[in-house]
Design a protein around this ligand. Structure first.
Ligand code: UGA
Length: 438
């Protein structure tokens, strides 16, 4: 199929590459020239395992190219909208500027029968509105909504072999059949392998995405709430998670207590959901998401408080090593990163913060140049009075506590992701403080 992908950020760059890998002829379009230049040269403008190799392979095959000109979308029959929907400045709602401008810019190039597919995460009701725009400005084109569930760090795998496909289709039977056939063809490999396909109306498809992220965020904040109770009672939240996780109805995944969730999706999506629900007069229905957000943000301060406890109450001019800046491992993304936030809070308290991360230093420095960044983990640890592990990179999980004991000024580690072998570290002479653990 000839496919265009509008927006080459995380979602779009991976989607375009995966579609080319699956045999389609794809053009990725973005207004950002530097992004397009990098992608055309086979370099992802962000860190995602396996993506560079796939990009190089797909561009070399001639099936994938990138452009800054929307005119290059013409000739494609399927157009994916994959632009960002960040949180608005000064509010909770999603900013739909990029979605609206992408659709407006695409309209002149659409032909009758073309299918435009929204992948961006949008507030429920957006697709209906955009369908009206297409009906008025590009008659004969069809809108579908096909939310994306990829996880950073597993983006390629999740796109090529998704858990499920969700198609939000128009009411009109012919248009619906055309859109479904186009999506089935685009995803022929996954569909052929028996991936469940859920077809629905626009509103349901939009809500599936919002509900999925809201559920995941709630699951994490639930276990972090249990961590708070564990901290007041001497219980161990990791054992608790193991035990309740054996119940298949609950499941162990996304029950890791720690410094909480961040990234470009969960935090802004739960906020946008509350804002949209309030607009719909249903604010009460998802009011609990405000609590989910509040629990999540409290965990960051909890980590800071644990550092202060270890330092006798003041961080002023004390040396703290912060291991991790990305919002999660295998990513260089620092958007709403709990790890970076902890580093910034400690710096704000006057600590001499030595921060490091295997991939995210450049992005962190661009946002917070005031921190002292070091590339090598060992340099970060030199002379540290407290060490904080805030992103559970495998490099940190595998650190040798015996060798590191000699580098630090004081062998105290705050394991803010509960990712270390605490017994091994204690045996090597460290004081290990977990979250929600005795
Ligand atoms: C999330 C969803 O998992 C994807 O399905 C969705 O497609 C994506 O958002 C999106 O909307 O685009 P992602 O943001 O890549 O994916 O990251 P997750 O793996 O969900 O992790 C989110 C945060 O939760 C991270 O900060 C992670 O450290 C934290 N987390 C995760 C926990 O604190 N505990 C856990 O048990 C699991």
């Amino acid at each position: 199929m000839r496919i265009s992908v509008i927006g080459c950020g995380y979602l779009g760059a991976v989607h375009a590459t995966a579609m080319a890998k699956l045999g389609h002829e794809v053009v990725g379009i973005d207004v950002d020239e530097r992004k397009i230049e990098a992608l055309s040269a086979g370099r992802a403008p962000f860190f995602e395992p396996g993506l560079d190799e796939l990009l190089t392979e797909a561009t070399a095959s001639g099936r994938l190219r990138f452009s800054t000109s929307m005119a290059d979308a013409s000739g494609a029959t399927l157009h994916f909208i994959a632009v960002g929907t960040p949180q608005v400045a000064g509010g909770y709602a999603a900013d739909l500027t990029y979605v609206d401008s992408a659709v407006a810019a695409l309209v002149p190039w659409l032909r009758e029968g073309d299918v435009v597919v929204g992948k961006s995460t949008v507030p429920v009701g957006t697709a209906e509105r955009l369908a009206d725009v297409l009906a008025a400005d590009a008659p004969g084109s069809i809108l579908a909504w096909n939310p994306e569930f990829l996880r950073e760090g597993f983006a390629v795998e999740d796109t090529i072999s998704p858990d499920r496909l969700v198609y939000g289709l128009p009411d009109d039977a012919d248009a619906s059949a055309t859109a479904k056939a186009a999506l089935d063809e685009a995803y022929a490999v996954a569909v052929g392998q028996g991936t469940p396909v859920v077809t629905a109306d626009y509103a349901t498809a939009e809500l599936v995405k919002t509900a999925a992220n809201a559920f995941l965020a709630t699951k994490i904040s639930f276990i972090n709430a249990m961590a708070e109770i564990a901290e007041a009672t001497g219980a161990d939240v990791t054992r608790l998670a193991d035990a309740i996780g054996y119940d298949a109805r609950i499941g162990r995944r996304f029950l890791n207590a720690g410094v909480g969730f961040g990234g470009g999706c969960l935090p802004k999506d739960i906020r946008a959901f509350t804002a949209r629900a309030e607009e719909l007069g249903r604010g009460e229905s998802v009011a609990f998401l405000k609590e989910v957000d509040a629990i999540n943000l409290r965990r960051r301060q909890r980590v800071v408080d644990l550092v202060l406890d270890q330092l006798g109450g003041s961080a002023h001019r004390r040396t703290v090593a912060v291991l991790g800046l990305a919002f999660k491992p295998d990513s260089d993304d620092v958007r709403d990163s709990p790890a970076l936030d902890v580093a910034v809070r400690l710096r704000g308290l006057g600590a001499d913060v030595r921060a490091t991360d295997p991939e995210a230093i450049a992005n962190a420095r661009a946002r917070h140049p005031q921190l002292d960044y070091v590339d090598a983990t060992t340099d970060a640890l030199d002379g540290a009075e407290v060490t904080v592990i805030v992103t559970e990179w495998k490099q940190y999980r595998g650190l040798d506590p015996v060798a590191l004991r000699e580098r630090v000024a004081s062998p105290v580690v705050i394991d803010a992701r509960n990712c270390l072998d605490a017994d091994a570290w204690r045996a090597a002479g460290w004081t290990v403080v977990g979250l929600g653990r005795p």
